[in-house]
Design a protein around this ligand. Structure first.
Ligand code: PEP
Ligand code: MN
Length: 446
């Protein structure tokens, strides 16, 4: 358990430059909310966070594979049982396919239960001559395009905390109560391969089927497989919120950010001397950093110095988001610099954020083929360098939205108009997510 009354020694992030933060009109209201949050129970526990750290260490050595997925931005409105169940189900199905492909455990991490704050490329948004502050995620302001809705409201942090708690509660019930039973997850997959668009995966699905039947016949204890570990992660963007969720573990004396198991730092806030790195340097959680195509060897060494000076395996994950056209040139020098340094990292590919385009009819979208090509490039680079491709990080939803172009259902530009629902970035829909899992499983088997 955590000490609730111990004065939490705050890391020195307050003295560092902090970008992408809301400017709250009322400091008093902000302080009231953060002090309230400090008195509330943690959302995750130190022991679980430590388990994930060990699992991430295994992934860095090729003894496990990471699957991270979920919305670009969760919304309060979509914080419903159906939405959470469908997303969880999609991730578990993908994990079943990947487990078979990789022949190693798959570490399942949702961009869920706290993915409520977004970095934006501009501070303001203009529509038809009206300029308002940008939407920064439901934990900051409201998406509606009115002056009132866009004012940052600290009370939203409390709402985000409570919704993250109820999301985690539902995830825990589903994953502990047998809903994630491997046999059931596998039978959900059969519906996917029944669709003629995916017939090329049929023999693969058939192999998984035979493997399941073999295990059953051999007397494998399926009851032991009924519960799965499922972890929560989000971008640690909103410094006041993350700081208010830091607790000291009474057993070890260590500090944990108890808002999620894993926190990551975005491409826009990863300056090694900046506030976001300083905040996460002070906690024991496994930490991710997104790195784009302009990243240098010196940049990653500086990040390792701040976030993992002693080179503890499982502590630091580098989530590369280069773009399919650049990954084969941009990633090798970074991989070589990390190899030369010697301290371990877990390499994960985010094939989404370097591949965002605008369609001719004005939608922010991505092409399914380009996404897969970046994953392919990721495997190629790591295989050539002798390093370990440790996992994949994708934006997805369990619904049948139409936000990403292509895939077996051949979503075209006109189809984007049908169900384009995301608040920020385009997500793989349910079918595209499963298709991705089958494709990546094949890459893993090679
Ligand atoms: C995101 O993951 O939604 C995101 C903003 O990513 P990045 O920091 O890589 O741009
Ligand atoms: Mn995004």
């Amino acid at each position: 358990m955590y000490e609730t009354d111990a004065a939490t020694p705050t890391p020195s992030w307050r003295e560092r430059p902090a970008s992408q933060q809301p400017s709250y009109p009322d400091r008093g209201a902000l302080e009231a909310v953060t002090s309230d949050l400090r008195s509330r129970p943690p959302l995750v526990f130190a022991g679980e966070v430590d388990s994930l750290r060990r699992a991430m260490a295994a992934a860095s050595e090729g003894r496990a594979f990471v699957l991270m997925g979920g919305d670009c931005a969760e919304s309060f409105q979509d914080n419903t049982a159906d939405n959470i169940r469908l997303k969880l189900q999609t991730i578990l199905q993908m994990a079943a396919v990947l487990t078979y492909g990789a022949s190693t455990p798959v570490i399942k991490i949702g961009r869920m239960a706290g993915q409520y704050a977004k970095p934006r490329s501009t501070d303001t948004e203009t529509r038809e001559g009206v300029t308002l502050p940008s939407y920064r995620g439901d934990s900051v302001n409201d998406h509606a395009f009115t002056a009132e809705a866009r004012v940052p409201d600290p009370q939203r942090m409390l709402d985000a905390y409570l919704r993250a708690g109820t999301t985690l509660n539902l995830i825990r019930s589903f994953t502990m109560g047998g809903y994630a039973d491997l046999r059931e997850v596998h039978s959900w997959n059969r519906g996917f391969t029944d669709n003629p668009a995916y017939s090329r995966f049929e023999s693969f699905a058939g192999e998984i089927d035979r493997a399941m039947r073999f295990m059953e016949a051999a007397g494998v204890d399926f009851d032991a497989l009924r519960q799965v570990d499922f972890y929560a992660a989000h971008e640690a963007l909103l410094l006041e919120y993350e700081d208010a969720m830091i607790r000291q573990d009474s057993r070890s004396g260590r500090l944990y950010d108890t808002s999620a198991h894993l926190l990551w730092i975005g491409e826009r806030t990863r300056g090694p001397r900046d506030a976001h790195v300083a905040l996460l340097a002070g906690v024991h959680n496994p930490v991710g950093v997104k790195i784009g195509p302009s990243t240098t060897g010196d940049d990653v060494r500086a990040l390792m110095d701040e976030l993992n000076p002693d080179g503890d395996p499982g502590r630091l994950t580098l989530i590369t988001r280069m773009g399919s056209g650049r990954i084969r040139e941009a990633l090798p020098p970074i991989v070589e610099a990390v190899k030369a340094d010697g301290r371990p990292v877990t390499w994960v590919t985010d094939p989404m954020h370097g591949n965002t385009i605008t369609s001719e009819n004005g939608y922010k979208t991505r092409r399914f083929d380009t996404i897969l090509d970046e994953v392919r490039g990721f495997f190629e680079v790591h295989r050539a360098a002798g390093t370990v491709p440790g996992g994949i990080h994708v934006e997805l939803t369990g619904d049948d939205v139409t936000e990403v172009l292509g895939g077996g259902e051949h979503i075209d530009e006109a189809a984007l108009e049908e169900r384009y629902e995301t608040l920020v970035d385009p997500r793989l829909n349910h079918q595209q997510s499963l298709e991705t899992a089958f494709e990546v499983a094949e890459m893993l088997r090679r």
